[in-house]
Design a protein around this ligand. Structure first.
Ligand code: SAM
Length: 354
């Protein structure tokens, strides 16, 4: 069984992608999928998935209210396969518990050691095997990580925008929007994540192309099977700041994306081409700009979309209500919506149509 981490709220998009990549069946949980499969499927997903952030091999699953119960279910599993390897445990929790994540890691580590016929070596900084434990209310999961660094760290970013979107979130949003190569424009493109992810997706380039390490040896057939590709119209981005325009161009170059990027204000959107889809992640008034500024920005952006007769606009923002108001006032309707958690922040994903 595989434990597949993804963005909270995009589990359905990840499920569709996983099904297309490895087939089989599974179930959706909050922020992850449990999917049938083993190491072979884990390798395919590590190399090819755009929406997953981590792939693990599930070792233990059960209900636990206390550390004692966690220890008991961990001891029920077989751990002698750790012979000759060092291991470390990392834990996280969701919900209210009378212990913290560090207590959980210690309990799991001790239970693993006590159930082995030998004394396994513990290494917390560079273990051969990284075990990851998660307690969601009373549901306990323990899996062996196969990904190493989170899969959203693709490795093509030459420029780190200060408020860049996770690549896996951008990819999930592209899949969710139904984009299949139509002319795409991001008028607040920052470091150009949408342009890069769209280009990789259309060309069938595995998102792992730039990565050099996982927690498994690469199979000799590294190329695996090619991903399907499709033809792609222009990918265009713009930003208010020249620094980000240059950064987005660098990222496009690094990702091999043929993206055109220029400096422009999304509030006026003077463009001489007709995008089929606008997809964007504007400022929310947290790290960049104030609430007053974003209210005006959202209003003028929606008006500019109307002026340019844009048929479809996908937006990701923590200020969904403000954005929805602006688009409804400009004569658009919400075709679909989602609530996701993006970097611990509840965030709205909205698709407006005329
Ligand atoms: C949240 S960031 C986008 C990050 C981007 N999705 C990425 O992954 O790098 C929002 C961007 O909107 C830009 N921006 C803010 N106001 C703008 C405006 N009026 N016109 C165009 N861009 C604007 C900012 O400079 C910033 O780069």
């Amino acid at each position: 069984m595989l434990k597949l981490s993804t963005t909270i709220g995009f589990e359905d998009v990840a499920e569709k992608e996983v099904k297309a990549l490895i087939g089989g069946r599974g179930e959706q949980k909050r922020g992850f999928l449990l999917w049938e499969g083993g190491m072979e499927e884990a390798v395919v997903l590590n190399l090819h998935s755009r929406t997953l952030t981590r792939v693990g091999i599930l070792k233990v699953r059960g209900r636990a209210k206390s550390l004692e119960e966690i220890a008991r279910i961990v001891k029920d599993a077989e751990w002698n396969w750790l012979k000759g390897k060092s291991f470390g445990v990392e834990s996280s929790r969701n919900g209210v518990h009378s212990f913290n994540s560090l207590d959980m890691s210690r309990t799991v580590g001790r239970a693993v050691i006590e159930s082995c016929d030998f004394r396994p070596r513990v290494d917390l900084s560079k273990p051969d095997v990284k075990l990851m434990a998660y307690l969601d209310g009373e549901e306990f999961y323990l899996w062996m990580d196969t990904s190493g660094r989170s899969l959203h760290r693709r490795g093509y970013r030459a420029y780190e925008h200060p408020a860049s979107l996770k690549t896996s979130v951008a990819a999930a949003m592209l899949l969710w929007s139904g984009w299949r190569g139509e002319a795409l424009y991001d008028p607040m493109c920052g470091g150009g994540t949408f342009l890069c992810e769209a280009s990789l997706y259309a060309r069938g380039i595995p998102p792992s192309l730039w990565r050099t390490s996982w927690r498994f040896e690469l199979p000799h057939t590294r190329a695996l099977r090619p991903l399907p590709s499709f033809s792609c119209a222009e990918l265009v981005g713009s930003d208010l700041f020249e620094k980000h325009v240059q950064g987005a161009l660098k990222n496009c170059l690094s990702a091999g994306a043929e993206g055109a990027v220029f400096r422009a204000n999304a509030e006026s959107m003077c463009i001489n081409f007709q995008p089929d889809l606008i997809i964007t992640n504007p400022p929310y008034g947290l790290r960049i700009a104030s609430k007053r500024v974003i209210k005006r920005l959202y209003k003028n952006f929606a008006l500019a979309c109307k002026k340019n007769a844009i048929a479809k606009i996908a937006v990701l923002t923590a200020e969904g209500r403000l954005m929805e108001r602006a688009f409804l006032d400009s004569g658009y309707v919400v075709e679909k919506r989602k609530k996701i958690v993006n970097g611990n922040l509840p965030t709205d994903v909205l698709l407006f149509v005329r």
